[in-house]
Design a protein around this ligand. Structure first.
Ligand code: SF4
Length: 430
C-alpha cells in the first residue's frame, strides 16, 4: 500500500509531502524524506513494555501498574514538574495542561531551553512573521542567522528557500540570494552568496551596526564590528534594501548566545527598520516538530506559552523563576514527569543529578538517556506514524499528522487521560 502526502514527525519543517510504502503493517519504503525523517520512519528500536525499577533492577510491568505508580508519585508530590511535550500532538498536550492544573504542578516544554528568548523578545516588540509558503513564493533574499538548516532542517532549503520553485520566480537558484551569519563556516554557509563570520557573542553588535546603516547612520559604525569588516556589512545592507522580499530565519546560535532575548529583539527591530524600505519578515527555526504547538496549547489554556506554574492555584509565568532549568537547579521538584523529549541528553549536570534523585517518570516510545534517570517508563504509540493528531509547523500553520500503521500501544493522550483520572480520584476530586 502506498500512502502519499504524509507529514514527517521529526523537525519543525513538518514536510507534508512524504510518500510511504506499507507492507504487512510495516513501513518498508520512504520517499521525499531527508535522512533524519527517514531514520525515524524506518527505526525498529522501541521499548516493548512499561518498565519500573524494583529493588534497583528494571522489571517489566503492566500498563495498569505503571499508570497507578505514576499517579501515586505525582499526587503525593508537593512540587511536581511536568516537562517535554514537543514531540507529541496537541490533543495530548491539552490533557497535560489539565493534569498540571489538577496537580498544582509546574509545566514547561523544550521551548524553555531553545527559543524561550525568542518568545520573550516577541512579547516585547511583536513578530513580523509570515508563512513558509510566502517565503517560498516571494522571498528573493533569505538570511539564515545562527542556524544551519542543511544539517538541522535538511529540507528547509529545498522546500521553502534556495532550491524551491517560487510562483514569482523564473529561476529561484539564481534569482534568490542567501546570506548566512554564523560563528563558523557551516554547511549552509558554504552555499551562501554572502557569509558573515561573527566572533562568538558578537551578534548584538552586528545587528546594531546593520540597524544604524539601514537608518543611514553608517558614520557611527567602526571599521570592524565583532570581527566583520564594515564593507561587508554595507554589502549586506545593500542586498537587503534591494530585495523585494527578505526573510530572516534565526536559530539557537543567536537566541542562546550572549545577549539572548536582546539579540532577537534587536533582530526584530532590524526587520522593522527594513520594512520602512521594503518587505521583510523574521521567523524562528523551531526544532521539534510540535514545539510550536505546545506554545499554542498552553497559551489557549493558561495564557502563557511555556514555564507555567499552577502551584498558586492560578497560572503564574515568570521565566528565570518558573523555567525548568531554574527549578531543577534550585532542587525544587520532588517528582518529575517527562513526556516526548529527552532532557537526559541535553540538560546541565546539576539538573540531571536532581532528576535522578527524585522519582522521575518518562512516557516515550524509546529508551533514551532520560531512561537512566527514571523510576518508571511507559512506552506509547508514535505520533504521526501510529496515531493521528495535530501539530504546528515552525511558521504556526497547524498540520494534521496521519496514522499510517496499526499499533497495540496506547497513545500519549490515552495514558495521560488515565493518569489524570487516577490523580483526581487520589486527590478526592474524581
Ligand atoms: Fe522531516 Fe524535517 Fe527532514 Fe522535513 S526536513 S523530512 S520534517 S526531518
Amino acid at each position: 500500500m502506498i500512502i502519499e502526502d504524509v507529514p514527517c514527525p521529526f523537525c519543525g519543517c513538518l514536510c507534508d509531502d512524504i510518500t510511504l510504502t506499507i507492507k504487512n503493517n510495516r513501513i518498508v519504503g520512504v520517499e521525499n524524506c531527508c535522512v533524519l525523517g527517514n531514520a525515524k520512519y524506518l527505526s525498529k528500536q522501541r521499548l516493548k513494555h512499561p518498565i519500573m525499577r524494583k529493588e534497583g533492577k528494571w522489571v517489566e510491568v503492566s500498563f495498569d501498574e505503571a499508570i497507578e505508580e505514576t499517579a501515586r508519585i505525582l499526587s503525593g508530590a508537593t512540587r511536581p514538574l511536568l516537562y517535554g511535550w514537543s514531540g507529541t500532538y496537541n490533543e495530548a498536550q491539552v490533557t497535560a495542561v489539565h493534569l498540571a492544573e489538577e496537580l498544582g504542578a509546574l509545566i514547561d516544554s523544550t521551548t524553555s531551553v531553545c527559543h524561550n528568548p525568542s518568545i520573550l523578545a516577541i512579547q516585547e516588540v511583536g513578530h513580523p512573521g509570515c508563512t513558509l509558503g510566502q517565503v517560498k513564493n516571494r522571498a528573493d533574499l533569505v538570511i539564515y542567522w545562527g542556524c544551519n538548516p542543511i544539517e538541522a532542517h535538511p529540507r528547509h532549503l529545498s522546500r521553502y528557500t534556495t532550491y524551491a520553485d517560487g510562483y514569482f520566480f523564473e529561476n529561484t537558484v539564481s534569482d534568490r540570494k542567501v546570506v548566512v551569519v554564523d560563528v563558523r563556516e557551516s554547511e549552509t554557509a558554504k552555499i551562501a552568496d554572502e557569509f558573515i563570520q561573527v566572533k562568538p557573542g558578537g551578534d548584538y553588535l552586528i545587528l546594531s551596526a546593520l540597524r544604524a546603516m539601514v537608518r543611514g547612520r553608517g558614520d557611527v559604525v567602526p571599521a570592524t564590528v565583532a570581527g566583520v569588516k564594515k564593507e561587508q556589512l554595507q554589502r549586506v545592507v545593500d542586498l537587503c534594501q534591494k530585495a523585494r522580499y527578505g526573510a530572516v530565519f534565526f536559530g539557537l546560535g543567536v537566541s542562546m548566545t550572549r545577549g539572548k532575548y536582546k539579540n532577537i529583539r534587536n533582530a526584530i527591530e532590524l526587520v522593522s527598520e527594513l520594512n520602512r524600505k521594503t518587505k521583510f519578515t523574521i521567523s524562528a527555526m523551531r526544532g521539534h516538530y510540535n514545539v510550536y504547538g505546545f506554545n499554542e496549547v498552553l497559551t489557549w489554556m493558561a495564557g502563557y506559552p511555556f514555564a507555567v506554574d499552577f502551584s498558586r492555584g492560578i497560572a503564574f509565568y515568570n521565566p528565570g523563576e518558573t523555567t525548568v532549568i531554574d527549578v531543577l537547579a534550585r532542587k525544587e521538584p520532588d517528582a518529575c514527569l517527562v513526556v516526548a523529549s529527552d532532557p537526559g541528553a541535553h540538560f546541565p549536570k546539576t539538573c540531571i543529578e536532581h532528576m535522578a534523585a527524585i522519582p522521575t517518570i518518562q512516557i516515550d516510545p524509546c529508551v533514551n538517556p532520560t531512561t537512566a534517570l527514571c523510576q518508571v517508563q511507559i512506552p506509547v504509540a508514535i505520533t504521526g506514524i501510529e496515531v493521528a493528531g495535530t501539530a504546528y509547523r515552525m511558521d504556526g500553520v497547524p498540520i494534521r499528522m496521519k496514522k499510517v500503521v496499526e499499533t497495540e500501544f496506547p497513545t500519549d493522550k490515552q495514558i495521560l487521560d488515565r493518569i489524570c483520572e487516577r490523580v483526581r480520584e487520589l486527590n478526592g476530586n474524581g
